[in-house]
Design a protein around this ligand. Structure first.
Ligand SMILES: [Zn+2]
Length: 481
């Protein structure tokens, strides 16, 4: 006789069975290697998890996972959807009216259901930038979005209290960008150390947390001049213009100042071992580290020319391998794609190429391929890196789990071998630095808020819109972290 394992949310039993939004049958879960499970969803929430032998009743939609992995939708902790240059507004999918619509579809096709996306850069007002970014995403995005704010100058630091009231809980500080480089990037401004100290105190006082782009501007400026005058013409030259010591110097400073101010801080897009070493040495428990798959999978030896220009830069193959080993050793907490939407036309010349890579739709499949299928990481740990740790860190407790009461943001994985082709990524960006690489796992079906939003190359519910998660924080007591 088969024993039945069933758990159900209190108060949901006896409800109208027709009220079930979704049932996924025969799901392989990371928490249990031996049994397949059925999952029931009502109103966007997982309300029952049962042994595969138990019928959970009819639902509006039933999907048979046929023993495939079912994992939480990825949370991309770092994306720049709608961070465009005006000269590309006319390109389909790259204008303000459709960039969120298009890129969110590409993300869902890649199993990413939530983007922690940066507001549009630039002065003068953080609040204006946040409000307009939020309004733009609300009408368009098929995925969930939570905005990170950016602090470009002290006027924006002064806006922190009101920004927190309106739902921002994370504020990014840049350290490298100055002068012409800053102007070319839409007016990014960096804070100096004294300003950072004030910003960290203000962020901490409002129960929020800081994110830091850690490359020291003095070192970058000096090395960039040298490489430019020598004639920048390779990814190795670009790497020398932003050496790992610049990341180390900035990461040590940022974590030290943040700890002194009692402010939680994450060093974003970690590209070397320096920030890892700094966190270990400082021992600051409020520090988090984010990395990106491109620092493991692309290097200065990749044959991608100026399309590979990104800051921090791609490193040499030995360092890329060392990053992989550090991730396997548990030194990195979560991953962002640092998805940028520059088309290939913006990436032609070494000097003028915009820094930034597309990748939100490949973060989860590439990470699983590289770490789980090629390097033996458990699926459970991969889930921690791609969703659970971010959910904990950024105050999204319903996410990052396939569990009773959790949000039904789910991915059913296909396994096998599939070649990456940019024209199959559902993005407005017309190239991929990963073109031709082979995936070992990718989404078969993606579910967002209990709705099947992607299946087998198609988007069956194109009118679905994701949740704007900053609204969850609105009016909430400060100190949520
Ligand atoms: Zn970024």
């Amino acid at each position: 006789m088969t024993s039945t394992v069933r758990s159900q949310l209190p108060g949901t039993d006896g409800g109208d069975p027709a009220g079930l939004q979704l049932v996924i049958k025969n799901a392989r879960l990371s928490t249990d290697d031996n049994e397949l499970h059925n999952i029931a969803v009502r109103a966007g929430t997982i309300v029952a998890l049962a042994n595969r032998n138990e019928d959970l009743g009819p639902a509006e939609t039933t999907v048979d996972a046929e023993g495939r992995w079912v994992i939480p939708g990825a949370i991309d902790t770092h994306s720049h959807i709608n961070q465009r240059a005006p000269e590309f507004n006319h390109v389909p999918g790259l204008g303000p009216d459709d960039n969120f619509a298009v890129e969110s579809r590409g993300a869902l096709a890649g199993g990413c259901t939530t983007a922690l996306n940066y507001v549009q850069f630039g002065p003068p007002s953080l609040l204006d930038s946040y409000r307009s970014s939020l309004a733009t995403a609300t009408g368009q995005s098929m995925m969930n979005v939570c905005f990170h704010g950016c602090l470009m100058d002290m006027d924006q630091v002064a806006e922190i209290p009101q920004a927190v009231v309106e739902g921002l809980r994370t504020f990014k500080i840049f350290m490298p960008y100055r002068g012409e480089e800053a102007r070319n990037l839409g007016g990014i401004g960096s804070l100096n150390h004294a300003q950072m100290r004030i910003a960290f105190s203000e962020i901490a006082a409002h129960g929020a947390q800081a994110l830091v782009h850690a490359e020291d501007g003095d070192i970058v400026d000096h090395c960039m001049r040298h490489e430019s005058s020598a004639g920048l013409d390779s990814l190795a030259g670009w790497e020398r213009s932003r050496p790992t010591i610049a990341e180390g110097d900035a990461a040590w400073t940022a974590m030290y100042l943040a700890e002194e101010a009692g402010c939680p801080v994450s060093i974003v897009h970690v590209s070397s071992l320096e920030a890892i070493r700094a966190r270990r040495a400082l021992g600051y428990s409020g520090a988090g580290l984010e990395s990106c798959v491109h620092y493991m999978l692309l290097t200065t030896a990749s044959d991608i020319g100026p399309e590979g220009k990104v800051a921090p830069p791609l490193r040499d193959p030995d360092l890329a391998e060392a990053i992989t080993e550090a991730v396997l050793a548990g030194e990195i907490d979560f991953f962002g794609s640092d998805h940028n939407v520059w088309p290939s036309a913006a990436k032609q010349e070494w000097e003028s190429a915009k820094p930034g890579l597309p990748g939100i739709g490949l973060m989860l499949p590439l990470l699983l391929t590289h770490l789980v299928y090629e390097r033996g990481m458990t699926m459970e740990r991969a889930i921690a890196l791609t969703s659970r740790n971010a959910a904990v860190r950024f105050g999204l407790p319903g996410k990052g789990r396939v569990a009773l009461g959790a949000d039904a943001d789910l991915v059913i994985l296909e396994e096998g071998r599939r070649e990456i082709r940019a024209d199959e990524l559902h993005s407005a960006v017309d190239y991929s630095p990963y073109e031709g690489m082979t995936l070992r796992a990718w989404p078969h079906t993606t579910v967002c808020g209990g709705t099947v939003v992607y299946q087998d190359g198609k988007f069956p519910n194109p009118d679905f819109r994701g949740e704007m998660l900053n609204n969850r924080f609105r009016g909430a007591a400060v100190g949520v972290f």
